[in-house]
Design a protein around this ligand. Structure first.
Ligand SMILES: *Cc1c(COP(=O)(O)O)cnc(C)c1O
Ligand code: SF4
Length: 335
């Protein structure tokens, strides 16, 4: 008995929240008072099951099957329809890995996929078919990845990605950054994470202490697609991250039925600014198998950019980009 009580006292609240995420379609629909008999809904998907933290569910509107937060996580039968242009590995990332899990595609920066785990499963995710089990540096290749980074002095920025790097425990993050701190040509540490938005509990005192100890400039690119994702708990977490010294940027994916309206995108930029975050990228969807129903045409994307440009200061207009397998950076689509 006693050891169990001790253990639970030391489990951070965010880890408890993570394990309590909703993992069943029927439970999610019941929480939202939505009829589960809708034939468009796919109730089971073993390869990429539903997963959504309860705090994120609380920001959805009950009774609304078109809620923009719900649409991001609700599995649909549509996902099974095959489209010839939507592939399992649309970016051919497997080609750009000098060490399993380390992507070095762009000059000056490299990207480490630390874990396959995410707090939320976004149905449009381009990594939904990613071979995380075999391409995870922390499961045996970390020393090789560190060696590669140390040898390549042109790499100035290391991007921690995933999955979501902040699903790792504080001690694993600390073990990694102790090694990175020895590589003096790394000037910037960037984290791509959705956790400040979907699990703001993660931004606790221990994480903030770790963040402020880093010798590099820390850039945090959060991932928020719709202004409804930012409630007071998220704004509070973002405020603390800013105070701890992180430069906060946002990337969104342009998603049909979720954020493909000018007023939504304008409101998103304004809401982000109020929380101390600047918009960075607006991504055209990666053409991954199972996500075709989220695609917005380039011409529609252009007119959305025109509307944002007309309504917002330049620093609140994100860059519209598409990722291409053979281009040396994100491919700009606008103006
Ligand atoms: C997106 C990405 C980066 C970062 O690109 P930025 O334009 O610097 O944000 C780096 N490496 C890989 C493999 C990427 O996909
Ligand atoms: S959090 Fe990011 S990596 Fe994880 S499922 Fe969502 S889009 Fe994909």
């Amino acid at each position: 008995m006693i050891p169990r009580i001790e253990k639970s006292r030391h489990t951070p609240a965010w880890q408890t929240a993570l394990t309590q995420a909703v993992g069943s379609v029927d439970e999610l629909l019941a929480l939202l008072h939505i009829d589960a008999a809708d034939p468009d809904i796919r109730h089971f998907n073993r390869d990429f099951p539903l997963r959504v933290p309860r705090g994120f569910v609380a920001r959805m509107e009950a009774g609304n099957i078109h809620d923009p937060l719900l649409r991001q996580v609700l599995p649909l039968q549509e996902e099974d329809r095959l489209h010839t242009d939507f592939l399992p590995d649309p970016l051919r990332e497997a080609d750009a890995m000098p060490v399993p899990g380390l992507l070095h595609k762009y000059r000056g920066r490299a990207l480490l996929t630390l874990t396959g785990a995410c707090a939320i499963h976004c149905r449009y995710c381009f990594r939904r078919h990613y071979p995380y089990a075999s391409a995870n540096p922390l499961s045996g290749n970390l020393a090789r990845a560190i060696e590669y980074l140390a040898a390549h002095t042109e790499i100035r920025e290391l991007i921690l990605s995933g999955g979501d790097p902040l699903t790792l425990t504080d001690s694993r993050l600390a073990a990694l950054t102790r090694e990175l701190a020895k590589i003096t040509h790394l000037q910037t540490l960037r984290l791509h994470t959705r956790l400040p938005v979907v699990l703001p509990e993660r931004i606790d005192d221990r994480l903030l202490a770790w963040l402020s100890e880093q010798p590099q400039r820390v850039v945090m690119v959060i991932h928020c697609n719709h202004p409804n994702e930012i409630d007071t708990s998220v704004a509070g977490a973002l405020g603390k991250l800013g105070q701890a010294g992180a430069l906060l940027l946002n990337q969104s994916v342009l998603l049909k039925g979720i954020n493909d309206a000018a007023d939504t995108l304008i409101r998103l930029s304004e809401t982000l600014l109020a929380a101390g975050v600047l918009p960075y990228y607006l991504h055209q969807l990666d053409r991954v198998q199972g996500a075709a129903h989220f695609e917005v045409s380039d011409s529609a994307a252009h007119s959305l950019m025109d509307s944002m440009h007309a309504a917002l200061p330049g620093y609140l207009v994100p860059r519209l980009v598409r990722e291409l397998p053979d281009f040396p950076g994100k491919y700009p689509l606008w103006p």
